[in-house]
Design a protein around this ligand. Structure first.
Ligand SMILES: [Ca+2]
Ligand SMILES: [Ca+2]
Ligand SMILES: [Ca+2]
Ligand SMILES: [Ca+2]
Length: 303
């Protein structure tokens, strides 16, 4: 349901906070089932590949509505912060967000947030190779969805150190259809392997939009052991295609979404192959390629 008037924006009064908690519980249960399914499928997916393993170093889906292991900073001092709400509801009390980490630039009146939340220490001292931070982002299902936020990753939890980090991601969210689409995002952390790190989400330099929801924050790595079959192997995504090349003829490629569902399976029979992925939704996919019985697993982002 589209809300056209600002006056009819979802109510976020204390009374409705209570309501949203009730709806939050309903969401919570269904999300737990999805989450369990996801873990089972991903485990099954990677069980077969001893040489390639997906390792999760950190994950938080915020479904427990508890961020006491994170550190919250209200730098603008208006008492509204990340995590003062975990579900936004509409004027009927129905949830319009998943149970997630929420910060707002409007609460009956325009706000000017400078809201920070910093993760607990995350141990990447044993990590190597391709390590990615992934998350989901969503803003209001309306034209006031242009929320500005920055993600910082650093080896210190100090805000100044985080802000000075070169490992950052910034965007002004915009769903062109104003439908409040939940988008997948990722940030390469490969330069921080071997370190203990902190991840910060900062909602700032924006006013009078509505709300920003961050969900399913995860740091994971794909460990790939080099084998002879994959010497010279290359891959890249462009023009709606996944391009693969190898020194040895490839046998098979499969793509899985982040729920672990197989979305593409294709037999291959040459050194240079293309896979049409133009029909897939934007997001992160896990790819496995087989050559002479060996397989390699890696991750791609389809834009
Ligand atoms: Ca969630
Ligand atoms: Ca938690
Ligand atoms: Ca604030
Ligand atoms: Ca928009």
């Amino acid at each position: 349901m589209r809300i056209f008037k600002k006056a009819l924006k979802h109510s976020e009064t204390d009374v409705n906070k209570g309501t949203s908690l009730i709806f939050g519980k309903i969401n919570f249960n269904s999300l737990i089932i999805i989450k369990m399914k996801k873990i089972t499928l991903l485990a099954a997916l990677f069980a077969g590949f001893a040489m390639n393993a997906q390792t999760t170093y950190f994950s938080d889906d915020f479904n427990d509505e508890d961020v006491s292991d994170w550190t919250i900073y209200d730098e603008d001092g208006d008492t509204f912060t990340w995590g003062d709400l975990f579900t936004v509801t509409d004027q009927n009390g129905d949830p319009v967000t998943p149970v997630s980490l929420i910060s707002r630039s409007w609460q009956g009146v325009p706000l000017t947030p400078d809201n920070w939340i910093v993760s607990p220490a995350i141990d990447l001292t044993t990590a190597s190779g391709d390590v990615q931070l992934t998350w989901k982002v969503l803003a209001a299902a309306a034209e006031w969805d242009n929320e500005n936020y920055t993600v910082y990753v650093a080896t210190s939890s100090d805000l100044a150190d985080l802000e000075a980090s070169t490992v950052t991601f910034n965007e002004v969210y915009d769903d062109p259809n104003d439908e409040g689409t939940q988008y997948d995002r990722s940030l390469d952390l490969s330069s921080l392997t071997g370190e203990t790190i902190y991840v910060a989400f900062r909602h700032h330099d924006v006013t009078d939009m509505d709300y920003l929801s961050i969900d399913d924050v995860m740091i994971s790595g794909v460990l790939a052991v080099n084998s002879n079959e994959f010497q010279g192997f290359k891959h890249f995504v462009g023009n709606g295609q996944l391009n693969l090349s190898a020194n040895t003829s490839m046998e098979k490629v499969a793509l899985y979404n982040m729920l672990g569902q197989q979305v593409v399976s294709q037999k291959l029979n040459s050194n240079n192959e293309t896979v049409n992925i133009s029909g897939l939704q934007s997001g992160v996919y896990i790819v496995t390629v087989s050559i002479e019985g060996a397989s390699k697993t890696f991750r791609i982002v389809k834009n």
